[in-house]
Ligand binder design. Structure first.
Ligand code: ATP
Length: 272
């Protein structure tokens, strides 16, 4: 089992198994995965297509349920919550950033940013909201609707919205997938800043080695298993590792020993 010495977990899954379908069509999307997402750390999840990245993120974020094992946000095990309490926990403790921005088209920029707080009936910390608006650089666009913004600006609104309620953890699913490289860099810089200056926990699924290079640690999945990790990643090193994983997947190599332990993961991948 993975252990993170001295780092508090904002979210974690333990011995997570997720299967889809029945009989011949049964797919094991997660195969006994144990991982922690610490406070004040930016974790990227990478792996070949179909390796289980989205499934891991969705189950860790309470958007989907595990077949076996447990998922936790802070001290709360998600499997113990009914639908209503799970919805409240997601609203109060989790921030989401999606590839497609998912802003509400009829609301202004400011209304989109404060939406999670408004839904929770909370006033929020206005100073904090103003600071966020400042950081995302959209102070002169607050009365605009999303359709009046560029893709990069829309995603910056989405990041501000995810951070508005100071959630326990932010999950970002391909947040730069629809952006050009400059806008992508701005969004990744914002996520990075939220980790460095606010101690935010950020978990990001990405196919992009450059995006993964912004993280503190990259976790690699293959065939539903955690097969390695890399701390202090660079785009080049991540790309090399992905090439090796893709080759391994293409060869159909699955040696059954992929579940990671704390000392596994090349490149000094032991978790800090
Ligand atoms: N709702 C579903 N029903 C059946 N099988 C599913 C479902 N969702 C995912 N799967 C299967 O589970 C496995 C993992 O899928 P997942 O979407 O988590 O992979 P991924 O690594 O995010 O892939 P990609 O990089 O292509 O988005 C795949 O084999 C996929 O076909």
């Amino acid at each position: 089992m993975t252990t993170v010495v001295g780092l508090r977990a904002a979210a974690r899954v333990e011995d997570a198994v997720k299967t889809y379908g029945l009989g011949d069509t049964r797919v094991r999307a997660l195969d006994h995965v144990t991982v922690e997402f610490p406070v004040a750390r930016f974790t990227a999840i990478m792996g070949p297509s179909g390796s289980g990245k989205s499934t891991l993120m969705h189950c860790a974020a309470g958007l989907d349920t595990l077949t076996a094992g447990s998922a936790w946000i802070g001290d709360t095990e998600l499997g113990t919550l009914n639908d209503r309490r799970l919805t409240v926990l997601r609203r109060e403790k989790v921030g989401f950033v999606f590839q497609a921005f998912n802003l509400v088209p009829t609301l202004t920029v400011r209304e989109n940013i404060t939406l999670p707080l408004d839904l929770a009936g909370a006033d929020g910390d206005q100073e904090w909201i103003d600071a966020l608006i400042d950081v995302v650089g959209l102070g002169d666009r607050l009365a605009h609707r999303p359709s009046q913004l560029s893709g990069g600006q829309q995603q910056r609104v989405a990041v501000a919205r995810a951070l508005a309620g100071r959630p326990q953890v932010v999950f970002a699913d391909e947040p730069t997938g629809n952006l050009d490289s400059r806008s992508g860099a701005e969004v990744l810089g914002l996520l990075r800043d939220s980790v460095d200056t606010m101690g935010q926990a950020v978990v990001m699924v990405t196919h992009d080695p450059v995006a993964a290079g912004y993280a503190d640690e990259v976790l690699f999945l293959a065939d539903g298993r955690l097969v390695g990790s890399m701390t202090e990643p660079t785009a080049d090193r991540v790309l090399d590792r992905m090439k090796a994983l893709d080759a391994r997947t293409a060869d159909g190599i699955s040696d059954g020993t992929a579940a990671r332990t704390s000392s596994e993961g090349a490149d000094g991948g032991e978790r800090r």
